[in-house]
Design a protein around this ligand. Structure first.
Ligand SMILES: C[S@@+](CC[C@H](N)C(=O)[O-])C[C@H]1O[C@@H](n2cnc3c(N)ncnc32)[C@H](O)[C@@H]1O
Length: 238
């Protein structure tokens, strides 16, 4: 049964997702250092969109768009693009990247997974990278249902995030190895990454697969790396 989004949003217990949980992506230092530390590149974004089958004239949305690496490549590919993020500073970084790359027509929306406004059945492809973990599992499901409702039947959704795929007995080793790698290879301080594990809401792989399926998606591919990274390619069934 489809979610009644309006009824849910009218509840007095509906979550305000405009606030930053864990790392605050409205801080200028987070925005300024983001691409270099994440190693986000335009080439990798373009390759990912090609893998997802993005074509010109399609309608594309990226949720938690950050500095707009995917949004800009989708615009350059000739798509109608919605770049959505709760951080005005990140949206400004997206606007600047678009200006530099000559990617025109991106619709910036300051909103979150639980508050974005898009017509139902309107998107051909949607993506979200490293953002959904800002919601707990209850609200992740609502967010996934909202994205599902915004997609056209048959459309593609890619979710990439920190998701724990290690065995429960290996949590300590996996997390400690990841924190060490992030410090040595990506220049994050231990404190910043400890925040992710302690205060944000990355979940387990079996939970995430269940959330995707219960939100109505057909899981086509699940890729896991380092016990902490996951990429899911899904379809809204036609
Ligand atoms: C780790 S960054 C990822 C940025 C980008 N997706 C990327 O892969 O480069 C997380 C982004 O999610 C945004 N964010 C945090 N909470 C959010 C929410 N509830 N809804 C949408 N975006 C959110 C942050 O402002 C930030 O830009």
């Amino acid at each position: 049964m489809a979610i009644n989004i309006e009824a849910l949003q009218g509840s007095d217990w509906y979550y305000d997702d405009s606030k930053h949980v864990g790392v605050d992506f409205s801080e200028p230092v987070q925005v300024a250092t983001y691409d270099a530390r994440q190693r986000s590149t335009d080439a990798a974004a373009a390759a990912l969109l090609a893998e997802l089958g993005l074509q010109s004239d399609q309608v594309f949305a990226d949720f938690g768009c950050g500095t707009g690496v995917l949004a800009c490549q989708a615009a350059l590919a000739g798509c109608e693009v919605h770049a959505i993020d709760i951080s005005a500073q990140m949206l400004e970084a997206t606007r600047k990247r678009a200006e530099i790359l000559g990617a025109s027509g991106i619709r910036l929306q300051q909103a979150g997974f639980l508050s974005f406004v898009l017509p139902a059945n309107s998107l051909d492809i949607a993506t979200t990278q490293y953002a959904l973990h800002h919601l707990n599992d209850f609200w992740k499901l609502v967010a996934l249902q909202r994205i599902h409702a915004a997609l056209k039947p048959g459309a593609t959704f890619m979710l990439r995030d920190v998701v724990y795929s290690c065995h429960p007995s290996e949590i300590k080793e996996t997390v400690d190895a990841w924190l060490k790698w992030m410090q040595e290879e990506r220049g994050y301080s231990r404190d910043e990454n400890v925040t992710h594990v302690r205060d944000e809401h990355s979940t387990f792989a079996w939970v995430m697969e269940g959330l995707l399926e219960r939100a109505g998606f057909r899981l086509q591919q699940a890729r896991y790396a380092r016990g902490v990274y996951a990429t899911y390619i899904c379809q809204r069934p036609g």
